[in-house]
Write a protein that binds this ligand. Structure first.
Ligand code: ATP
Length: 458
């Protein structure tokens, strides 16, 4: 639970997965950098999403749109007016909160909503009850100024979602790729939100990455496709090893739906942050024809679709599975981490920490380990590592005892350790050890690559 998050935060820092950004200057609040292993893990998550959602499907194509779009886009989409959070401040300690988050935390703890709103809620920081300012709407978009003019005319927004970039390029994509409805456009990229209370490690930051897909369908078929995508997305997480017991679907109550949505279902993960058992991993929304209609009106461009076989014109409805790369990464890490008892090389029972990540996600696929640092073994192991590096992210490690090195690689989820020992010099074979079972197998050097290739799916 809570201590598992702490373990992951510690592991992430110690092993170069995630660490606080600008740390030598005391750190930038709630911004994180992804280290050598983190960038690999993040890339692997994105690659799996892209394969499942874009490249592996005949009905979806990809896009990479700008972070800074024309200002009119955000006026038409409703973000300038509606992309707000209710900001409140504790009168006693002056800490600021999202009012809805305070009420949700209260509800999670007491199993019912606060009867008198914020008047019933204690400040999580100083404990004083009910001393909150009247919530004020606070816009969550980050702004910047383009061009060499200081009068505000250069005001632009950093995108708070990648979706609008898809809607404004919808016509270009549709025509250039000659798609027919139903079809989708997928995109992965950074988004920015001026979150009032960033926190819970990489769960909520002001700069983050999204993986979004807008799926355009015929009105009337939207509900069926919505169900389809909820199921697909749930299966994506379980297919990559997240335990179904730690996931749940959350149906947004009608009165709390976003301004564009007819129905939204979130996939939640059992993050177990302060009081809340579950937290949002991904939202799957039925955005109706809201976006294409508003952009048609505001831009004066006809974004309707002509369905030739039926000789019919309509504005497509849109189903949107919107996932966060960073939250997915945190869920994969939490779900994969186990501590178990295992027999050490010396025959003793020891605690072993293992990151049982799906092999497709593991940042390092193979570790090549000479049994000891030795003038005969090391060159042989280095040569093997260099050969394997053509296909995979490979680590060569000859520091400390072999048992310690196995543990080090278990802890970061390396699926295979290949050990070069003195017998190797005689029989041209190595020992391959599998992470989860710790099963060891002798494999001849000229077969190692094939052995690994059949066990490491792309
Ligand atoms: P929340 O209610 O937690 O603020 P949201 O409902 O506003 O999230 P969406 O607009 O549905 O989030 O965005 C889609 C996905 O983008 C989220 O499910 C999440 O994975 C990711 N995401 C959104 N905001 C952040 C953030 N500040 N930090 C990290 N990931 C985020």
């Amino acid at each position: 639970a809570a201590d598992k998050i702490e373990t992951i935060v510690r592991l992430a820092k110690a092993r170069g997965i995630v660490f606080p950004s600008s740390e030598i200057y005391g750190g930038s609040r709630a911004a994180y950098d992804y280290g050598p292993l983190g960038v690999e893990l993040k890339e692997n998550i994105k690659r799996q999403w892209w394969q499942a959602m874009v490249r592996g499907r005949e009905d979806v194509v990809g896009l990479d749109s700008s972070v800074i779009l024309a200002r009119e886009v955000w006026e038409a989409s409703g973000h300038v007016k509606e992309f707000t959070d209710p900001l409140t401040e504790c009168l006693s300690c002056h800490k600021r909160y999202r009012a809805d988050h305070l009420e949700e935390a209260y509800e999670a703890k007491h199993k019912h909503a606060p009867e008198h709103g914020l008047a019933d809620v204690n400040c999580p920081n100083c404990g004083v009850k009910g001393q909150f300012t009247e919530p004020k709407q606070f816009n969550g978009m980050l702004t910047t100024h383009l061009g060499a003019v200081a009068d505000g005319s250069g005001l632009h927004y950093l995108r708070p979602e990648t979706a609008q970039g898809i809607f404004v390029s919808y016509k270009n994509v549709l025509e250039s790729s000659r798609r027919k409805i139903p079809f989708g456009i997928g995109q992965i990229g950074k988004s920015f939100r001026n979150e009032i209370t960033p926190g819970n490690f990489i769960f909520r930051t002001r700069e983050f990455e999204q993986m979004e897909m807008e799926f355009f369908v015929r009105p009337g078929e939207d509900e069926k496709w919505h169900e389809y995508w909820i199921q697909e997305r749930f299966d994506w997480y379980t297919g990559l090893g997240v335990s179904a017991e730690n996931l749940r679907l959350y149906e947004h109550p009608k009165e709390k739906l976003s301004h564009y949505s007819k129905r939204t279902v979130d996939i939640e993960y059992r993050f177990q942050f302060g009081g809340n058992e579950f937290g949002e991993l991904e939202g799957i929304a039925n955005r109706t024809d809201f976006d294409l209609t508003t952009h048609s009106k505001a831009s004066g461009q006809d974004l309707s679709y002509f369905d030739q076989p039926n000789n019919e014109r309509f504005t497509p409805f849109v189903i949107e599975p919107a996932a966060g790369v960073n939250r997915a990464m945190l869920a994969f890490l939490l779900d994969a981490y186990v501590e178990e008892e295992a027999l050490s090389a010396a025959g003793k029972m020891e605690k072993r920490a293992v990151l049982k990540l799906d092999r497709r996600l593991a940042p390092i696929k193979v570790a090549v380990l000479p049994l000891s640092r030795n003038t005969d073994l090391s060159p042989k192991a280095k040569e093997l590592a260099n050969n394997l590096r053509r296909n995979w992210n490979v680590d060569f490690d000859d520091a400390q005892g072999i048992g310690r090195r196995y543990r080090r690689h278990d802890e970061i989820g390396t699926p295979f350790c290949v050990t070069v020992d003195f017998d190797t010099l005689e029989d041209n074979a190595v020992t391959v050890r599998e992470r989860d079972t710790m099963h060891q197998e002798r494999v001849s050097l000229d077969q190692v690559e094939t052995y690994l290739a059949t066990r490491l799916p792309g």
